[in-house]
Design a binder for this molecule. Structure first.
Ligand code: NDP
Length: 499
């Protein structure tokens, strides 16, 4: 395997792809390491993962260099999206997040269940397969690696074929501290991912396209292996007439062009109220024209992405869209595309319906806020949406019916880098959850433990079934209906049953 630096066209070093045999061996090593890891007290797991955090932060310069070679991204962007938030990610999971792994005591109804105590334990799944895309090749794997390991799992991880060295770098950081087996990195293309999904694993965590997500989900379904899917997005921003236009323009331009638009939560569509549309467009265009390819907006990572951008733009032009700025590749080497602002009138464009995943923003002028919300929601995806307005509560109220996993008012998408907040989305976005304690619902399995100190020979619901049992049940039902008088009969009935 070999990647090409998308900024310069220079080939990177060669890497060996894993054979199917090596994939099975990696899973077997993970399986044999996992039990002992899960058996260690959580304080020990936390202490070791803190050492990985230290190494991650200390070696960040080298990681940013590899990121630059594989993705061509500006270094400042890599630092702020792939390094700094991940220090927070380790910190949150290794303190507040870890508290969610404690067993919970659950109180039981003392009349129905006397002398019993119950607990919920959060046990690791076992061996987790982690398959990730190329667009955020550090942040996305870490969002699963850290909590999965903390919870006592081992992980077999396949980075994208377009960012294999970033994946290998991360895996090495873990292996140097934790030893072999707990983070196994396998390399390759889709067939390696497929082999991993079909291996003897206990959970598949997948981030990638809807198309591949459906294939992975089907493969898991046939074997009843649980899976968590984080798939695409085609996010909308809604700009209301009372918005602070300068902030809206700056924020939306960043949301659209961050990572050259190769972000699942990139703003791809804007719905702006007619009253301020021209003013807003002028401000947005000024920001777009200020953005420098290479320094501010990196290249498209793959030829396929560049072709998608050009295809979607070509179709929009043919159907009458007006390109306000950009619309072409800049001079010079690399897979760059100019930040591009397009005004559209049709909702039936690939730009409006599909994931473009490039530095292209389509703006559609609407007559009312309600129309904007309706159009924003008319999408197969449901990752994030933002509403820009001077009245944050009006924005929140307007967005209450939007079928998205993240709703932001006067900001866009950055909460993906906040470890305490769930990152998720309904519809074709897949419904998987990363970040926050809610991610543990997939990374762990619950076990109920019931301890019974009762010395009675029989429980209420055990044999024999007789008339007294029916009378007790009726009294309990009446009690549940608030007829407390019936409850007075209970001690006598219970005495009779257990005599
Ligand atoms: P792909 O679906 O093409 O690939 C994702 C991963 O799956 C890659 O590692 C890929 O390997 C692997 N893969 C490919 N085929 C199979 C298979 N049959 N079985 C198992 N694994 C397979 O997505 P991209 O890499 O192109 O990533 C971009 C997509 O990711 C966008 O749709 C984006 O929206 C989404 N995404 C979603 C996020 C979210 O949080 N919701 C976050 C970031 C991205 P290989 O690359 O080697 O082919």
């Amino acid at each position: 395997m070999r990647t090409v630096n998308p900024a310069t066209g220079e080939p990177g070093p060669e890497l060996a792809a894993s054979t199917p045999q090596q994939v099975s061996e990696a899973i077997a090593r993970a399986r044999s390491a996992q039990g002992a890891w899960a058996a260690r007290p959580i304080a020990e797991r936390i202490a070791l993962l803190k050492k990985v955090r230290q190494a991650f932060l200390e070696q960040a310069e080298a990681l940013v260099e590899v990121l630059g070679e594989e993705t061509g991204r500006p270094a400042g962007e890599s630092w702020l999206s792939e390094v700094v938030p991940n220090g927070d990610l380790f910190d949150w999971w290794l303190s507040a997040g870890a508290r969610h792994l404690r067993r919970e005591r659950v109180s039981l109804n003392p009349i129905n269940f006397p002398k019993k105590v119950a607990f919920i334990e959060h046990l690791p799944r076992g061996v987790v397969t982690l398959i990730t895309p190329w667009n955020l090749p550090v942040a996305i794997p870490l969002r699963t690696l850290v909590p999965a390991l903390l919870a006592g799992n081992a992980v077999v991880f396949k980075p994208s074929e377009h960012a294999p060295r970033c994946g290998a770098f991360l895996a090495r950081l873990f292996t140097e501290v934790l030893g072999e087996g707990l983070v196994e990195c396998v390399q390759g293309e889709g067939d390696t991912g497929a082999a991993l999904v079909e291996g003897e694993v206990d959970l598949v965590v997948f981030t990638g396209s809807v198309k591949t997500g459906k294939v992975v989900s089907a493969a898991c379904a046939t074997r009843l292996v649980p899976c968590s899917l984080e798939l695409g997005g085609n996010d909308a921003a809604i700009v209301l007439a009372d918005a602070q236009l300068e902030r809206a323009a700056e924020g939306i331009a960043w949301g659209a062009c961050f990572n050259a638009g190769q972000n699942c939560a990139a703003v791809e569509r804007v719905y702006v109220e007619r009253a301020i549309a021209e003013d807003f467009l002028a401000k947005l265009q000024a920001v777009f024209e200020r953005l420098r390819p290479r320094d501010d907006v990196g290249p498209l990572t793959t030829d396929f992405q560049l072709e998608t951008v050009e295809r979607h733009l070509g179709e929009a032009r043919e159907k009458g869209a007006i390109v306000r700025c950009g619309g072409a590749r800049p001079e010079g080497p690399g897979r760059y595309h100019l930040p591009t602002l397009v005004v559209v009138e049709s909702d039936d464009l690939s730009l409006m319906r599909e994931e473009t995943f490039g530095p292209v923003l389509a703006v559609r002028i609407v007559d009312t806020a309600e129309e904007a919300v309706r159009l924003a929601d008319d999408s197969p995806y449901g990752l994030t949406a933002s509403i820009w307005t001077a009245d944050v509560y009006r924005g929140w109220a307007l967005g209450k019916d939007l079928q998205v996993g993240v709703l932001t008012v006067n900001n866009h998408s950055f909460t993906g880098g906040v470890p305490s907040l769930p990152w998720s989305g309904p519809k074709e976005t897949g419904g998987g959850i990363t970040n926050s304690h809610l991610a543990l619902e997939k990374l762990t399995r619950p076990r109920t433990v019931l301890l019974d100190r009762s010395k009675a020979a029989r429980e209420l619901w055990w044999y024999p079934y007789n008339d007294t049992l029916v009378e007790i049940a009726v009294a309990l039902r009446d009690g549940a209906l608030g007829k407390l008088g019936s409850m007075l009969k209970l001690p006598g009935l219970l005495g009779k049953r257990f005599r």
